[in-house]
Design a protein around this ligand. Structure first.
Ligand code: SF4
Length: 222
């Protein structure tokens, strides 16, 4: 499914570029570099996503191996498998820039990383709104003891190649590079209380209808 990405959070771009906690205040120079990179990425990205809802137990018996994902989905009877991508033009932009300007490449790469996370956050918010159920944060192959070797099976469960043009390279990298695959647990009703800390630092908290209903979208603020 096509996705319209309107903006990329500027502080997130700075955070990715610096690779550390945000300075306060953020220097104007960093804000300008991040804004320029955001504009370039927004002008060429073609975000797409696809998701499938599955019962948890059969996945734990096959695709989702390891103790960490078991803990993550504990109490969830269903989950969502999600794949999302910015498309190949963003990869091409970063590759072209790499030849002439490494500093700019760093900011473009940071903007693209923040962009794909923003796509996933917005998709996840939409899922929580439709279901009116709290979600877990996203969990991807390679986190904890869920092996990266699960990725091919993950992509085939989503039919990701046909749905959004997402493949694996011979070395096991996602192509396009600025892509995400993840599993998101659908929590039982009334299970949002333990996530109130995430909502308290979310910039959407003042007007968030979900939060008012005690529902947590699963946005990860780390
Ligand atoms: S306030 Fe909470 S539920 Fe609402 S968008 Fe932010 S993290 Fe999600």
């Amino acid at each position: 499914m096509l996705f319209s990405l309107k903006q990329i959070p500027i502080p997130e771009i700075v955070r990715y570029a610096l690779g550390t906690a945000l300075p306060s205040p953020i220097p104007q120079e960093f804000l300008s570099l991040a804004q320029n990179a955001a504009q370039e990425v927004l002008s060429c990205c073609q975000p797409k996503y696809h998701l499938v809802r599955y019962p948890v137990q059969p996945l734990l018996d096959s695709l989702l191996t390891g103790e960490d994902i078991r803990r993550h989905l504990s109490g969830c009877s269903d989950c969502v498998l999600l794949c999302a991508t910015l498309g190949s033009e963003v990869d091409a932009l970063i590759r072209r820039t790499q030849v002439t300007d490494m500093a700019k490449t760093l900011w473009l790469d940071a903007a693209a990383s923040a962009a794909i996370e923003q796509v996933c956050d917005e998709v996840q918010l939409d899922i929580a709104q439709r279901l009116e159920r709290s979600l877990t944060t996203r969990f991807s192959c390679g986190y904890g003891d869920l092996p990266l070797s699960a990725q091919p099976h993950f992509l085939s469960c989503l039919d990701a190649g046909r749905k959004i043009g997402l493949h694996l390279s011979p070395s096991g990298m996602l192509v396009p590079i600025k892509s995400v695959t993840a599993v998101i647990g659908i929590l039982p009703e009334g299970a949002a209380a333990s996530h109130s800390d995430s909502c308290s630092i979310c910039n959407l908290r003042e007007n968030c209808q979900l939060r008012r209903k005690g529902v947590f979208c699963g946005k990860d603020h780390q």
